[in-house]
Design a protein around this ligand. Structure first.
Ligand SMILES: Nc1nc2c(ncn2[C@@H]2O[C@H](COP(=O)(O)OP(=O)(O)O)[C@@H](O)[C@H]2O)c(=O)[nH]1
Ligand SMILES: [Mg+2]
Length: 446
């Protein structure tokens, strides 16, 4: 108990700086990974496999070289984390995430930090071109986002040191949001970008958002419209893309604009998209928590019910075994009884059972044995011994039991059920309330 208290106190300063959403996700995560009563540990004991919820969403940025991907990250983070420029700066993948200390991590450290990206190792050479930039920024909702900056895509002779198309498609499968950036310069229609977008659109069309970047450089309103039309036309030529409802906000980084731009900047819409995705992630995390509690409870119920059935079965099996064992003893007992009477034990029986009962029993048993002809007496004994053995074997066979849970195991299962149904679900309801309070206020939530 004291250990738990110390930990809570140690976490207090950190908790104080967390936003409500961060704390909700952290609490949820703790419910899974807690050493003493984490749902992951519990699920392993029950042969269930649960995954700890993520604490951040992943936003993948793709687009041509120089489309403004790195600049967008710097704008969101409000810190110069990523190098930008017209030269091809981003050669590999960079994960930009928030943390306690400004730091850069190499590929292996990155995969340690994000174990669910581990399969990237299978794509030759990617790990060498993987880095993580940790920033201490708390701007916007950066603490709940990991941006993945990708190599600027260009057509032609450019040789990438790894399979860039496959890597991006693979990352797209894991990302919550995929921002596709097109800039007004000629490169907007890079084939490689279009191919990747088309492939991703087949499975994740709802995650993909298109943006016209550097909109301030697109000239007048009509010029910008023309650029947009051109891009949309190009996109629609692709059979896999022409179904998408094209909404392409025009964005630019205010600090990078030379002269006062003539168009409206919709960059905040991109930031809102990120927030929306975070909200969805929190809701789905809380819903998954509920579902996981249910699956743990129902697994416990199934195990306890099976144990009850097995116990009843064992009871029946033991009774049947006992019955056959008793039957197998019957003949040897009669034989023994007969020999005993023959050896003059009759008077002893009369004194124990009383005259009447002893006489009836003796006469029945002697009658039974006298029915066996003297010359086949041995055969009869052997036959009875065989029957006796058969009965013993049957007794053994029918009394086989199933393994059941010990009293301690049953109690432990019951405790898991109570913990999950009472403590965890109550905590979940509380977290949901805190989450909703942020948007609707406490008046609506009784
Ligand atoms: N005028 C203007 N320039 C921008 C904007 N965004 C990026 N840039 C410039 O475009 C160049 C390429 O940007 P960068 O972020 O490195 O593109 P990336 O290759 O997609 O990462 C840099 O020189 C940026 O300063 C913008 O919104 N407006
Ligand atoms: Mg870049």
């Amino acid at each position: 108990m004291s250990g738990r208290k110390t930990r809570t106190t140690a976490n207090a300063p950190e908790n104080a700086t967390l936003s409500i959403n961060e704390r909700i996700l952290k609490d949820c995560h703790n419910l899974y990974v807690n050493e003493e009563r984490g749902l992951i540990g519990i699920s392993q004991k029950l042969n269930l496999s649960l995954l700890a919820p993520r604490r951040k969403i992943t936003v993948l940025l793709i687009g041509n070289h120089s489309a403004g991907k790195s600049s967008f990250i710097n704008w969101y983070v409000e810190e110069h984390v990523q190098r930008t420029g017209v030269a091809i700066e981003t050669q590999g993948f960079t994960f930009v995430t928030s943390g306690r200390k400004r730091e850069s991590l190499t590929g292996n450290a990155t995969l340690h930090l994000y174990p669910h990206f581990e399969p990237l190792r299978r794509l030759d050479g990617v790990v060498d071109y993987l880095t993580t930039e940790i920033s201490t920024s708390k701007q916007k909702k950066f603490s709940l986002v990991t941006f993945v900056d990708t190599p600027g895509l260009v057509d032609g002779d450019m040789v990438y040191p790894f399979n860039v198309d496959e890597s991006i498609k693979w990352l797209g499968d894991l990302a919550d949001l995929i921002f596709v950036f097109f800039d007004p310069m000629g490169q907007a229609l890079c084939k490689r970008t279009l191919n990747i977008v088309e492939a991703l659109n087949q499975t994740h069309s709802e995650r993909i958002k298109f943006y016209l970047t550097k909109a301030d450089t697109a000239g007048s309103d009509s010029d910008r419209q023309r650029v947009m039309m051109q891009i949309v036309q190009e996109l629609c030529k692709r059979p896999g893309l022409n179904k998408a409802a094209f909404d392409m906000p025009a964005i630019f980084i205010p600090s990078l604009t030379a002269k006062s731009p003539r168009c409206e900047n919709q960059i905040n819409e991109a930031a809102r998209e990120v927030s929306k995705s975070i909200d969805q992630m929190i809701q789905s995390t809380l819903n998954t928590l509920e579902k996981d509690c249910e699956s743990i409870s129902s697994t416990v119920d199934v195990k306890l019910e099976k144990d009850r059935v097995d116990r009843a079965y064992n009871l029946r099996a033991r009774s049947k075994g006992l019955l056959f064992f008793g039957l197998s003893l019957l003949f040897p007992m009669l034989l023994f009884f007969n020999l005993f009477v023959k050896a003059g034990g009759g008077s002893f029986l009369q004194s124990v059972l009383g005259d009447q009962l002893a006489n009836v029993t003796i006469s029945y048993v002697t009658l039974m044995f006298s029915a066996i002809p003297d010359d086949s007496y041995m055969y009869a004994i052997v036959a009875h011994a065989v029957v006796c053995l058969i009965l013993l074997t049957i007794a053994r066979y029918v009394s086989r039991t199933r393994s059941t849970l010990s009293r301690g195991e049953r109690r432990a299962l019951g405790e898991i059920r109570t913990y999950v149904q009472d403590s965890v679900k109550t905590r979940k309801a509380q977290l949901y309330k805190e989450y909703l309070q942020q948007s609707v206020g406490s008046d609506f939530l009784s």
